[in-house]
Design a binder for this molecule. Structure first.
Ligand code: FAD
Length: 405
């Protein structure tokens, strides 16, 4: 049985779905609003895909992990490469984290598979009312609760009442804008080009996750489970390059041949161009309206931290809201959510992703050499490797957040 009135959650992305499932697990009812309908929900671009150990533990807590593992690749290793020299700089092995986590590996499992599985779980949960094909258009709040305004695909308007509203709508959050909360930070002038390829890069020594530094054209290379098997390569572009010219089939082939000259055409199965933002909302809640995931913070995907840190928001927030439902505290618990998660967004996610991009794109040969020597040193010493991996796998950020009162 649900306890009292529901939480209205906007957006059935990974953050909204994890929040809904974690709240339902603590007997809090949820109304989950998603603009996409059942007919087009699985047509989304794959996007995020690296799930770090700290996130796998949280998925496991709501029964999601066992549905994802068969659809993903268990990836204990990741690589740093120097493209200029075609040389492996460092291999990090998550097995040094065996004492820190029950998941000493990343799971390569794309966002689209995560939302497919989590949506099926949400629909089967009697405490979650899922409204697909329903667009959120705005809201009001008063002393007792919130009223969300929605519209279905036929244009019928409705109002939904709840005790709190959580924006898990992604970066363009209507709630954030209506609350007049600044999205502080910057947008890189260049866009990132993502190419999906059917080709076995492993035969060239790559592992499932590769970060590749180059003074002219850094890249990332990731492996996704089939069928059919897929690899994703990210490249930087120049700010004024024409999108059509960048994504023309011959331009994509030429870029891939420069990256790995095979002499044979690559089988390209898709591509997209996206802008990269580094922004954090000035506040994570105003009264009963709360931001989580991309609506609260966005960052470069290098290091795979956007989806992961958003999912961490969801679980933190579920605990705060469930405590309010149980009568263990009031709205001030949301202040703790904001202090903990905003601190991590600013001090960890932003700083680390900006550093990750600088490391890969560095042009100065002396600085590159120093950076690469440092990576080698850290990867070859188990204690330093553990420290490095605690940070990159977001275990350290969860521990640090928990210490913030
Ligand atoms: C190319 C690319 C690669 C990435 N790779 C990684 C990676 O490897 N690792 C990583 O951690 N992160 C990665 N990210 C970032 C990651 O995709 C996001 O951080 C993550 O999807 C955010 O989840 P979310 O649930 O907050 O928002 P979203 O995933 O954006 O979901 C928002 C949901 O809200 C719905 N919605 C929006 N507006 C409304 C409305 N008005 N009414 C109703 N519903 C609405 C949308 O339809 C959507 O379903 C990548 C991003 C990109 C672009």
């Amino acid at each position: 049985m649900a306890k009292y009135d529901p939480v209205v959650v906007v957006g059935a992305g990974p953050v909204g779905l994890c929040l809904a499932l974690a709240l339902a697990q603590q007997e809090v009812a949820v109304i989950l609003i998603e603009a996409m309908s059942d007919d087009n929900f699985l047509d989304q671009v794959p996007r995020a895909g690296t799930n770090h150990p700290a996130t796998l533990e949280l998925y496991d807590d709501i029964g999601l992990y066992r549905r994802l593992e068969p659809r993903g690749i268990v990836a204990p290793l990741f690589h740093y490469w120097d493209r200029e020299k075609s040389e492996l700089i460092a291999e990090f092995d998550h097995s040094v984290l065996k004492a820190d986590t029950r998941f000493p590996f990343a799971l390569q499992c794309e966002r689209i598979k995560i939302v497919e599985e989590a949506l099926a779980m949400a629909k089967a949960n009697p405490l979650v009312t899922v409204l697909m094909g329903t667009s959120f258009t705005g809201f009001d709040q008063d002393e007792d609760g919130v009223t969300a305004f929605v519209e279905n695909e036929a244009g019928d308007k409705d109002r939904l009442r709840g005790r709190y509203i959580v924006s898990a709508e992604g970066a363009r959050s209507i709630v954030r804008k209506e609350c007049d909360i600044a999205f502080e930070g910057f947008t890189y002038p260049d866009r990132t080009l993502n190419i999906e390829v059917a080709y076995d890069f492993k035969k060239h020594g790559y592992t499932d996750r590769n970060y590749i530094s180059d003074p002219e054209e850094w890249s990332n290379l990731f492996h996704w489970k089939g069928p059919p098997e897929r690899w994703r390569v990210h490249f930087p572009t120049k700010p004024d390059e024409d999108p059509d010219a960048l994504t023309a089939p011959e331009a994509l082939q030429a870029r891939l041949q420069r990256f790995l000259p095979t002499g044979k055409e690559f089988e390209i199965v898709g591509c997209n161009l996206y802008a990269v933002h580094q922004r954090v909302a000035a506040r994570f809640h105003r009264g009963r309206a709360i931001l989580a995931g991309d609506s609260a913070h966005v960052n470069s995907p290098i290091g795979g931290m956007g989806l992961n840190s958003g999912v961490h928001d969801a679980f933190n927030l579920a605990d705060r809201l469930a405590a309010i439902w149980r009568g263990e505290g009031d709205n001030s618990l949301l202040g703790r959510y904001e202090r903990q998660r905003r601190h991590i967004a600013v001090q960890h996610t932003q700083q680390q992703t900006i550093r990750n991009k600088k490391l890969l794109a560095e042009k100065d040969p002396a600085v590159r050499r120093r950076n690469h020597d440092e990576l080698r040193r850290q990867a070859s010493d188990p204690q330093l490797a553990r420290k490095f991996l605690l940070r990159s796998s977001l275990i350290e950020s969860l521990r640090e957040a928990a210490r913030i009162p």
